[in-house]
Unconditional design. Sequence first.
Length: 415
Amino acid sequence: MIDPRIIRERPDDIRHMLQCRAVDYDLDALVLCEQERRRHMADTDRLRQERNDCGRTISASKKSGEDAGLLIKHMKVVSARLQVQEIAQAANEEKYQKLIRSIPNMIHDTVPVGPDDTANAETGRWGPTDSKPGNHISVAGDLLDMERASKVAGSRFYYLKDGLVRLNYALLSYALDHLSKYGYVLVQPPYMINRQSMEGAIIAEDFEDVIYKIQDKDLYMIGTSEHAMAAMHSDEIIDGKTLPLRYAGVSPCFRKEAGAHGTDQKGIFRVHQFEKVEQFVYTKPEQSWAEHQRMLCISEQFYKSLEIPYRTVILSSGDMGKVASKTYDIEAWMAGQSAYREVVSCSNCTDYQARRLMIRYRDRTNDKPQYLHTLNSTLVATTRTMVAIMENHQRADGHIDIPKPLQSYMNLKVI
RNA sequence: GCGGGGAUCGCCUAGCCCGGUAGGGCGUGGGAUUGCUAAUCCCAUGUCAGCAAUGACUCGGGGGUUCAAAUCCCCCUCCCCGCGCCA
């Protein structure tokens, strides 16, 4: 949620943002609704004050033994008017919340403006980019069984076997150790969370396309541990001395991929379920942009250590997610496809999630609480990184070289 | 799943039976004072709007009764104790 003051003070900035994101949104409706909201609040306040004053008078006159009949009669009238007013206000409030919560986040100045990924701005490259003969499906061979998975669960599911199972778990263990080294607290979150929590982390329209719901329960499967970790401190005021809070979330991720018909159909690059280690950080506003760089750097170190060539890009205004103010992607070189493909997404969501989830901080007892900033970045989504390892580290004999840092986690050098 | 007991402003707690401005302690912040520390004393300390004076909201959540609900009634969530089941 954006700061409502922007609606009043700088509506043109919002219009500009909406245009950059190519989002269709009726801002005038919100501006009107927000004006009504303030009027409703004032009206309700006035009536409540009258009711409270009257109640106090009744109480006092009863204590002194006087007849309060007339006062009670008057209070009945006030209460009735208040009830009507409160209903009107509630209706307005619901409309307002719906409108304001569907506005995307404001965009940072350094984000390139453009309609889609063709406008993304490359910011760096690492490693060689030679082509190799096998894509990950052919390299995996018997270690990956897509056919039986589709029989049992449907498309975009998979059975991993032997070496790939070990590789999957080795990546997770190594990733957790990597983040521990940088002072992150390891977190294994709930894999299902309630609607209110989910709505704090994502925008309503994304529910339909990515989130699985548990039937007959107010529970949703997390699409990433980010969702559970953003909501972890909801409705809290955090002691500023403890910031930044750096969490390494590890969890399975479940995604409907409803909007992705036909794309990345083959293999395990785009699937309904995978494991991920995620960086999630709460910072003070003035620290968040430095933290954003730090998180990207930590993820880059990880891919360098695995000898996976990559490039970094800033997502353009049209390609970026709605809650992010700025997003870097790391795209790994997939030697079997001779293409860079996304493996990491590193976003500063500024105060957008914090406002939705009411997460604030203050440095001293009597200070006014302030919204903090939340950031998230993939460290490793195991399926995609396994694709990168298989394609880049494939050998002529059909085996796969295991990157050095993973060897001790697997007790294997080759699979 | 069944029975019983709970949820109050960071923590602890009073208030609930008997409806009428949510009180105290600890902790925390600021200040005073004394060589230092400690101790002591004063002020502040739930949230929101406001420059402020003020005002509104707030007793796990949602309904209801009432002129008026922390308090009475109903539903839900979570926690504790006992029993049952269980990786």
